[in-house]
Ligand binder design. Structure first.
Ligand code: PTJ
Length: 243
């Protein structure tokens, strides 16, 4: 990209560039470009920064992932293109496994995303050989692995579609959704909704997980007090008021 780092929209332009490149390399779905545009508009409205409500949700998410017995990070085309390194860092800090799981599923795209993550140093990426199904969804979107998403107790699903987010909740899992839209069905059905841009949110969750591990904190007051509905209401209020 020929835009200097001093450009006021550098970060945003870099994200676009990564998605376009991901699309050309067969990682990002066509609809992924559209989905990102919607996210950009909402990010603009929350000031293109991590707000207090998002930080609170990110901290709670770090607790949830660290306290899980089988934490999983679900990876789609957009997230793989936008922040592969941060995904791997979060997985290694929290002991979570990465599983590629796509809305617009093709075996070819799954293989490319697995390879892309491996090129950034990921190991044992799940998803290419599904052997289980999420109940309540039609065939392709239901496919997952038994040792990964199917048996996960805590699952991070960035940019998830509402149906699957609901189906995962119905399985009794703790779901953490990252979505800039506080009104999306995914945000509404999640146990913890992070209303923040995914490239900011994932490193923040890692940072909080590192802090929690270093301090040896147990179940903190932050977690006990967390109310997802109230947190979403604060995000909506921030969008309404403008920044
Ligand atoms: O790679 P696939 O096949 O799994 O497909 C991925 C997409 C994202 C195309 C698919 O899941 C999809 O169509 O998603 P939706 O239903 O458009 O929802 C995407 C949500 O994520 C929207 O509410 C967007 O506002 C939000 N969003 C988009 N980009 C970002 C984002 N949230 C946080 N950070 C972003 N960068």
């Amino acid at each position: 990209m020929n835009v200097p780092e001093s450009h006021p929209r550098y970060e945003s332009l870099l994200r676009r560039d990564r998605l376009i490149e991901g699309f050309r390399n067969g990682i990002v779905a066509e609809a992924g470009l559209i989905a990102h545009g919607r996210g950009e508009a909402l990010d603009y409205l929350i000031g293109e920064k991590t707000n207090d409500f998002a930080e609170e949700a990110e901290r709670v998410s770090a607790f949830q992932l660290l306290n899980a017995s089988n934490p999983i990070i679900s990876v789609n085309g957009n997230v793989a293109a936008l922040c592969p390194k941060s995904l791997i860092e979060l997985a290694s800090t929290t002991g979570a496994a990465l599983e590629v799981n796509l809305f617009y599923r093709t075996e070819e795209r799954i293989a490319k995303i697995v390879e892309h993550l491996e090129n950034f140093g990921a190991q044992n990426v799940l998803g290419a050989e599904p052997d289980a199904q999420i109940p309540g969804l039609e065939h392709a979107r239901a496919l997952c692995t038994e040792s990964g998403i199917f048996s996960a107790d805590v699952i991070l699903v960035p940019l998830e579609d509402g149906d699957r987010a609901q189906a995962l909740r119905d399985m009794g899992k703790t779901t953490i959704v990252i979505d800039l839209n506080p009104l999306s069905r995914s945000s509404k059905v999640a146990s913890v909704s992070i209303v923040d841009e995914v490239t900011r949110a994932i490193p923040n969750v890692t940072k909080f997980a590192e802090e929690i591990k270093a301090s040896g904190e147990g179940l903190s007051k932050t977690m006990a007090d967390f109310d997802n509905e109230r947190n979403l209401a604060m995000a909506l209020e921030a969008i309404r008021k403008g920044f």
